[in-house]
Write a protein that binds this ligand. Structure first.
Ligand SMILES: NC(=O)C1=CN([C@@H]2O[C@H](COP(=O)(O)OP(=O)(O)OC[C@H]3O[C@@H](n4cnc5c(N)ncnc54)[C@H](O)[C@@H]3O)[C@@H](O)[C@H]2O)C=CC1
Ligand SMILES: CC(C)CC(=O)C(=O)O
Ligand SMILES: [Mg+2]
Length: 365
């Protein structure tokens, strides 16, 4: 098969981990007889520095025209503020910020389903901050809504009554929730048939609408055990009984937070793969974590998150199941062999650099 992949390496550790994903994809191409064509896009802070634009319109069109996008995280808090003419710190508006590169694809391509699996690898159980007995049952998907909510509705920062004031509205439509609900129930049908829809209807009108729509869609899936849970209670249960969950369905901001929580409970953000998918089948694949500026440029990041994201691309957008399985099995083999990057806090093991971990996974395929 031939596939076109847009590659946006992004900022911080983005280029380091994306390069390892491409190494692994090339090994898959060689072994299974595929051809992947890569189309580079410079975006995020790198785009701001190169072109004064976190994502140029022509680069958005390029990404959209490809079969999928492999994306390194964007943003760098070290470069987020800049000094204004009078020496005061200034904060850019969201339109000027690096996140535009990500938001443009998510919104423009209607990639409404952000699939974020989190599971504890038995080999990494001691890396979890949770007790062994609690951690070993963690195997879930956070399905985060990706195109609406507080990230995208009415926003302002202005002076009102002599005081600097800011506002972020949270808006959801019935159809945005409905397509998300169908995706959650379909995912659950292929797993443990359990959907927990997380929101805050006791405080938010959008939460009430989420509940109404989800209840209606749930009627079409009588085999699935459906329930709602308040976001705060869900966060608590994620660390006390993570094995309780199967598919956690959440609006945008809650899903953003819970997916980091679930993956950190599983051992590290360095193993957190993620895929943003729309109804056309195309997707944007990126690790769930950020650009990790604290470890950038040292070749010590864990490439597994980005490699798992590439495997998700093969599985969900290219329907290459055997190939995706091969990547996931190679990761298990490497972990079985005791190889670890520095973020994995297990005793012993052989510490590898980011690029050596990429080599090891690629050789294990
Ligand atoms: N999809 C995207 O483009 C995302 C971008 N960001 C951006 O990333 C920047 C940094 O955000 P933070 O809050 O620091 O979150 P972060 O996820 O980048 O880092 C949090 C912690 O996890 C560690 N970590 C993350 N990924 C790792 C990996 N692959 N290997 C080893 N350790 C890893 C980091 O070293 C750090 O200690 C910000 O500008 C933020 O806006 C954050 C999340 C997603
Ligand atoms: C840069 C953020 C808006 C994105 C984020 O945190 C995420 O996608 O997990
Ligand atoms: Mg996040």
């Amino acid at each position: 098969m031939e596939k076109k992949i847009a590659v946006l390496r992004g900022d911080g550790i983005g280029p380091e981990v994306v390069n390892e994903s491409i190494k692994v994809l090339e090994r898959v191409a060689q072994k299974f007889g595929h051809t992947f064509h890569y189309y580079d896009i410079i975006g995020g802070v790198a785009g701001l520095e190169a072109y004064g634009d976190a994502l140029r319109p022509q680069d958005y069109e390029l990404g959209r025209s490809c079969d999928s996008i492999l994306f390194g995280s964007v943003g760098d808090p070290r470069k987020y503020t800049f000094t204004g003419a009078n020496g005061t710190k200034k904060y850019p508006s969201r339109k000027e910020a690096a996140v535009k590169a990500l938001a443009s694809f998510r919104r423009g391509m209607e990639l409404f389903a952000n699939i974020r699996p989190a599971k504890v690898y038995p080999q990494l159980i001691q890396a979890s901050p949770l007790k062994d007995t609690v951690a070993r049952e963690l195997d879930l998907i956070v399905l985060r809504e990706n195109t609406a909510g507080i990230f995208y509705a009415g926003k302002y920062r202005k002076e009102i009554g002599g005081e600097l004031t800011a506002c972020d509205e949270c808006v959801y439509t019935w159809s945005q929730i409905e397509r998300h609900a169908r995706c959650a129930f379909d995912l659950a049908m292929g797993r443990k048939k359990h959907v927990t829809m997380v929101n805050k209807p006791n405080a938010m009108e959008t939460g009430v609408l989420w509940q109404t729509v989800y209840e209606k869609v749930a009627e079409e899936y009588p085999e699935v055990h459906y329930e709602t849970m308040l976001i705060d209670g869900c966060a608590a249960r994620l660390v006390s009984r993570p094995g309780y969950f199967d598919v956690i369905a959440a609006e945008n901001m809650f899903g953003d937070i819970l997916s980091d929580l679930a993956n950190s409970a599983a051992g590290s953000m360095g193993i957190a793969g993620s895929g943003d998918i729309g109804s056309e089948g195309k997707g944007l694949y990126e690790c769930a974590g950020g650009s990790a500026p604290d470890i950038a440029g040292q070749n010590i990041a864990n490439p597994i998150a980005e490699i798992l994201s590439a495997a998700l691309m093969l599985r969900l957008s290219f329907h290459m199941t055997v190939e995706a399985d091969a990547i996931e099995a190679a990761i298990v083999k490497v972990l079985d062999d005791g190889y670890r990057t520095g973020d994995i806090m297990t005793p012993g093991g052989k510490r590898l650099s980011c690029s050596d971990m990429g080599d090891a996974i690629s050789e294990a395929i």
